[in-house]
Design a protein around this ligand. Structure first.
Ligand SMILES: Nc1ncnc2c1ncn2[C@@H]1O[C@H](COP(=O)(O)OP(=O)(O)OP(=O)(O)O)[C@@H](O)[C@H]1O
Ligand SMILES: [Mg+2]
Length: 579
């Protein structure tokens, strides 16, 4: 080996050692960075994931979180909701939000967790139709308030037969734990929950995406609720309840075998009180009858006497494979609670005041194999329907999930995609964008497939898209008949005006040429026009009768209503706002 070569090799080795040393040091430094984070710290950094971004949007989302909690709590305890919402402007892009309900209140033990711990609550762990489902709504607001103002949220809560308490609360983000201060008992009687929290970097606007529009839509989908709102200018708007009966309480359902994963089976097996896998499967799954169990027994290679807590991955995988092959009855759907055709009709007539309205509650069905859902659709036309933009009226889309208005992320939502997939020209809506139409869709389910934690858009599950599309087409057909009738009426009116405009000129010219009496010519011609238009009117009336007969024979129940627009009432909450 030459001296030259040895020198080169030594240099390479030294370089390698140096590189290895640098990597080792960097890895050690990286290890020092390794830390655990709480879910609160995560959302503090990623508040946009909770839908808390955009100045106007954020303020509306805050109202949404508090109001939907109030509605859920009232309904679950059989109370007709009475909700007061107040927004006060404290400075530039600085507001205080106050929401008070007459609900059941929250106990001293749980109030801290309810408002001051993310991923805590009464809803996440169950399969039941409710507005909230994640446990991050109002606690997310507490965090946003302290992040933007450094101030605590103030809460007053009172339960039946107990002294109400007031407290101030913040979240310790590193622990995701509530920090309660100033807790006091109050002498004044109060049942319910009131929260007041301050927020900076937000903005109130009376717009399509503002808090007032949110509450207007909430009132439409919740005719049993009374909602009062005081805006930052001090104007009070009251949406009175039009229904005094509470919606029937939604039932909780068990997971359907077609809607679970291997991981779910292992997780549920660990939590169950059942001693054998056989009783675990029988008790904890929907539609698991003797026939299904017998089939399953033939498809797995282990004894179902096994303790479900001991199920390993491959055994749970066998169960899931069997679930896929077995023909189970579709999930129980009687746990769903639609608003109802009559109630939607009442609400839309009261708040939107359309000229024509058709409403349909479809039968429940299932998505992703295991989740029951149901769709309610209404199409309102003319009168106060549609969105007023300056002098124009445009199509208005009102999306709801479990009666909660979805005001944001419209383009990304399965409900919008279903609307866009319908050929509206077939229903005489030539240009949906510029038609005085309001489309109302309420999607209800025990689990809404939201696209994100901000809960504003529904994922385009195949069955969901198809069902909404079908419902829209059925309702669209009915709306189309009325719209076509209106169009024919207006065309005839145009014709009538045109004929009458030209009769005098034509008759004067004719009398000059033929020397016939001009007045007589006029009379004859008017008679001719009248006869012609009468024939057309009769033809139209016959077409309308046939179409209505076809609708009556339709198997789905539908409300068709034609209302002559009433003279405008002065009540503030009944007037359609110009945007
Ligand atoms: N006004 C209220 N009255 C009674 N209980 C309430 C009220 N507001 C909140 N809670 C309780 O606090 C819990 C947490 O509320 P939060 O909004 O954070 O989550 P959620 O409603 O369960 O789900 P989501 O994150 O989807 O809103 C609720 O599950 C409920 O038990
Ligand atoms: Mg909530």
């Amino acid at each position: 080996m030459s001296a030259e070569k040895t020198k080169k090799e030594t240099k390479i080795k030294n370089n390698d050692d140096e590189k290895a040393y640098v990597i080792k040091k960097a890895a050690e430094n990286l290890e020092k960075e390794f830390k655990e984070h709480s879910v609160a710290e995560f959302f503090k950094k990623n508040k946009q994931m909770l839908g808390l971004y955009g100045k106007v949007r954020t303020l509306t989302m805050i109202i949404h979180e508090y109001v939907s909690n109030s509605l859920d709590a009232c309904e679950e305890t059989g109370i007709l909701p009475d909700i007061d919402v107040k927004i006060d402007e404290l400075g530039e892009e600085y507001y205080e939000v106050t929401v008070k309900d007459n609900g059941p209140g929250i106990s001293r033990e749980n109030v801290g967790k309810a408002f001051g711990k993310l991923l805590a609550g009464t809803k996440f762990h169950r399969l039941k139709q409710s507005r909230g489902q994640q446990g991050i709504g109002c606690s997310g607001c507490t965090m946003l308030s302290q992040m933007t103002t450094g101030k605590p949220s103030k809460i007053i809560t009172g339960q039946q037969g107990k002294k109400p308490i007031s407290l101030e609360l913040t979240i310790d983000p590193s622990k995701n734990e509530p920090k309660i201060e100033e807790i006091k008992e109050i002498e004044k009687e109060f049942r319910g929950t009131a929260v007041a929290a301050k927020f900076k970097g937000v903005l109130y606007r009376d717009s399509d995406q503002g808090a007032l529009e949110y509450l207007r839509r909430t009132a439409i989908a919740n005719p049993h609720a009374k909602i009062s709102f005081r805006d930052p200018l001090g104007q009070k708007i009251v949406f009175n309840r039009t229904q005094t009966v509470l919606p029937e309480l939604a039932g909780e359902i068990k997971p359907h075998p077609k809607g679970v994963t291997v991981d779910d089976v292992i997780f549920m097996g660990k939590k169950t009180g059942a001693r054998t896998t056989l009783s675990f499967l029988t008790n904890e799954f929907d539609r698991m009858g003797a026939k299904g169990l017998n089939e399953l027994k033939q498809m797995v290679d282990f004894d179902l006497i096994k303790d479900p807590k001991q199920l390993d991955w491959s055994e749970a995988e066998q169960i899931i494979k069997a679930f896929k092959k077995i023909d189970f009855i579709a999930p129980t759907t009687d746990s769903l609670r639609p608003i109802g055709e009559k109630q939607i009709q009442g609400s839309l007539e009261n708040i939107v005041k359309p000229e024509f309205l058709t409403v349909m509650t479809r039968k429940p069905t299932v998505y992703a194999g295991g989740y029951p859902f149901q769709v309610e659709i209404a199409i309102a036309y003319g009168g106060g329907a549609g969105r007023k933009v300056g002098e124009e009226t445009k199509m208005e889309i009102m999306r709801f999930a479990n009666r909660v208005p979805l005001l944001f992320d419209q383009g990304n939502c399965a409900l919008t995609k279903a609307i866009q997939s319908v050929d509206w020209k077939r229903y005489d809506i030539k240009d949906p964008d510029t038609s005085p139409v309001t489309i109302f869709i309420n999607f209800i389910s025990v689990h809404i497939p939201y696209t994100g934690a901000g809960k504003q858009a529904i994922a385009d599950e195949e069955e969901v898209l198809e069902e909404v599309r079908l419902a829209l087409m059925q309702t669209g057909r009915k709306a189309g008949i009325y719209i076509a009738h209106k169009r024919r009426e207006s065309e005839n009116q145009q014709k009538r005006l045109m004929f009458y405009k030209y009769i005098p000129e034509i008759c004067s010219a004719l009398s000059q040429i033929t020397k016939a009496n001009e007045e007589k010519l006029k009379k004859n011609m008017e008679q001719m026009v009248l006869t012609k238009l009468k024939i057309e009117d009769e033809k139209n009336a016959e077409m309308q009768k046939q179409a209505e007969k076809a609708l009556r024979n339709d198997e789905n129940s539908v409300v068709i209503k034609e209302k002559k627009p009433k003279t405008e009432k002065k009540e503030q909450h009944n007037t359609k706002r110009k945007k």
